[in-house]
Write a protein that binds this ligand. Structure first.
Ligand SMILES: *Cc1c(COP(=O)(O)O)cnc(C)c1O
Length: 364
C-alpha cells in the first residue's frame, strides 16, 4: 500500500523542523575545534551546579518510573507564582506542550493565527492535527497584532504570541497586548510563549502570569531550556485557567518527564543566584554586541531575548560558513525569509568576544 494512503491526512506535507547545527554535526565537516555554539539560544554558563548535583544523587533511582505529574516541581512552581497547582502542567519541553495544546484544542480545519516568522513548532503542531496555519508577517520585526486581529474569523481557535519573538527578539508591550485581547472573540484561546521572558528588561513587557491569575482564556508557556540552562533535559511548563490546563492533562503522556529532569528543575529553581547570573550575562552581552556591531556599521534588531538578530546586508549563508571555519555556529536567516540576516545567541563575554573577532575576520 502506498504510504500516502497509510499516513494520516496532511502529515507527509509537513516540513520537518530545522534545528540549529549541533557541534557533533559540524565537527564532521570542519574538524575538531574549540567550538562555540551560538545557534540554539542555550545558556552558555551551563546548568546550575546544584542541578548537576541533584542529578548525581538521583542517578541510582532511574530504574524506577518517574513520578507522573511531577508533583514536587508543580508544587514549587505553584508556590512561586501564588497559583493553585491545578493551573500548572509540566511536560518534556515547551515543544511538547505546544503539541499537547494542538492535540487538545484543534479540530481538523480549525485555524491558528501566528506571526511570520515565529517559532516553527507552532506550524508543525497545527499541521499534525489538520489545522490551518494563518501567518501574519511581522511589522518592523515585531508582531503585527492589528494584522493578526484582521485574520481572525469564525474558524480561528488558537493564536500564538511569542513574546519575546523567536527569531527577532522583539516584544509586544502590555498596552497593545491588552487592546488586542479585548478585541478577540470569546472562542479564541491565546497561547503566550514566554520562553525568553526572563531576559526582558523593557518595563512595558506584559507578564503572562497576571493574565493567568485574572482567568483569561490563555495558556502561558515557559521552559527550563533557556535561562535555567537545562535544554538537554527537556523540561518546560504551562500555566493557565484550570479548565484549559485540565484539557492538557487529558492528552498528556503518563510519564513525560524523567526523574533526572524533575530533580534538576527543582534544584535549578532553588538556585536563583545562578539564574540571576545567567540573566545578567545575557543583558550585559547584548549591550556588548550592540556596541561592537555599531562600530562595524552592521544593523540589528534590539533584542529582549538571549539572542540578537543581525542584518549583514549580504547573503548570511556565506558568513555562517566563514564563522564555521572559525569554530562558531550561528543560525542563518534564510529559513525565516531573511536571507541577509542571522540569529546569534548571546553567550559568556569570552564567547561574544570570540564571535566578534571571528566576524571581523570573515567580513574582512
Ligand atoms: C526554545 C523555545 C521553546 C522550546 O523550549 P523547550 O522547553 O526546550 O522545548 C519554546 N518556544 C520558543 C519560542 C523557543 O524559542
Amino acid at each position: 500500500m502506498r504510504i500516502e494512503r497509510l499516513a494520516r491526512k496532511g502529515i507527509l506535507a509537513i516540513a520537518p523542523y530545522v534545528a540549529g547545527k549541533s557541534i557533533e554535526e559540524v565537527q564532521k565537516e570542519y574538524g575538531t575545534k574549540r567550538w562555540v555554539k551560538l545557534a540554539s539560544n542555550e545558556n552558555l554558563l551551563g546548568p546550575s551546579p546544584r542541578a548537576v548535583k541533584a542529578i548525581r544523587r538521583e542517578l541510582p533511582n532511574i530504574y524506577l518510573y518517574p513520578e507522573g505529574p511531577c508533583s514536587v516541581l508543580r508544587r514549587t512552581l505553584a508556590q512561586r507564582f501564588s497559583l493553585p497547582e491545578k493551573r500548572v502542567v509540566i511536560s518534556n519541553g515547551a515543544d511538547n506542550l505546544i503539541l499537547m495544546i494542538a492535540s487538545a484544542f484543534l479540530n481538523e480545519g480549525d485555524e491558528v493565527v501566528m506571526a511570520d516568522p515565529t517559532f516553527p513548532v507552532y506550524t508543525n503542531a497545527t499541521q499534525i492535527m489538520g489545522g490551518k496555519v494563518v501567518k501574519v508577517r511581522l511589522n518592523d520585526y515585531t508582531h503585527d497584532l492589528e494584522g493578526m486581529l484582521k485574520r481572525v474569523n469564525r474558524r480561528t481557535k488558537l493564536i500564538f504570541v511569542c513574546n519575546p519573538n523567536n527569531p527577532t527578539g522583539t516584544i509586544v508591550c502590555q498596552e497593545s497586548f491588552d487592546r488586542f485581547l479585548q478585541r478577540l472573540p470569546a472562542r479564541v484561546i491565546v497561547i503566550l510563549d514566554e520562553a525568553y521572558g526572563d531576559f526582558v528588561e523593557e518595563t512595558s513587557y506584559p507578564n503572562g502570569l497576571e493574565y493567568v491569575k485574572s482567568g483569561k482564556q490563555m495558556i502561558v508557556l515557559r521552559t527550563f531550556s533557556k535561562a535555567y540552562g537545562l535544554a538537554g533535559l527537556r523540561i518546560g511548563y504551562a500555566l493557565g485557567r484550570e479548565d484549559l490546563i485540565d484539557c492538557l492533562y487529558q492528552v498528556r503522556d503518563p510519564f513525560p518527564v524523567h526523574r533526572l529532569a524533575q530533580v534538576a528543575a527543582v534544584a535549578a529553581l532553588r538556585d536563583q543566584k545562578h539564574a540571576a547570573r545567567s540573566i545578567q550575562m545575557v543583558r550585559a552581552g547584548r549591550r556588548y554586541l550592540y556596541k561592537e556591531l555599531d562600530k562595524m556599521g552592521l544593523s540589528y534588531v534590539p533584542s529582549q531575548a538571549n539572542f540578537v538578530f543581525i542584518d549583514f546586508e549580504r547573503d548570511s549563508e556565506e558568513i555562517f560558513k566563514g564563522l564555521l571555519r572559525e569554530g562558531i555556529i550561528i543560525r542563518p536567516g534564510k529559513i525565516w525569509g531573511y536571507p541577509t540576516c542571522a540569529r546569534v545567541t548571546v553567550g559568556r563575554m569570552e564567547d561574544n568576544r570570540r564571535f566578534i573577532k571571528a566576524l571581523h575576520k570573515v567580513i574582512g
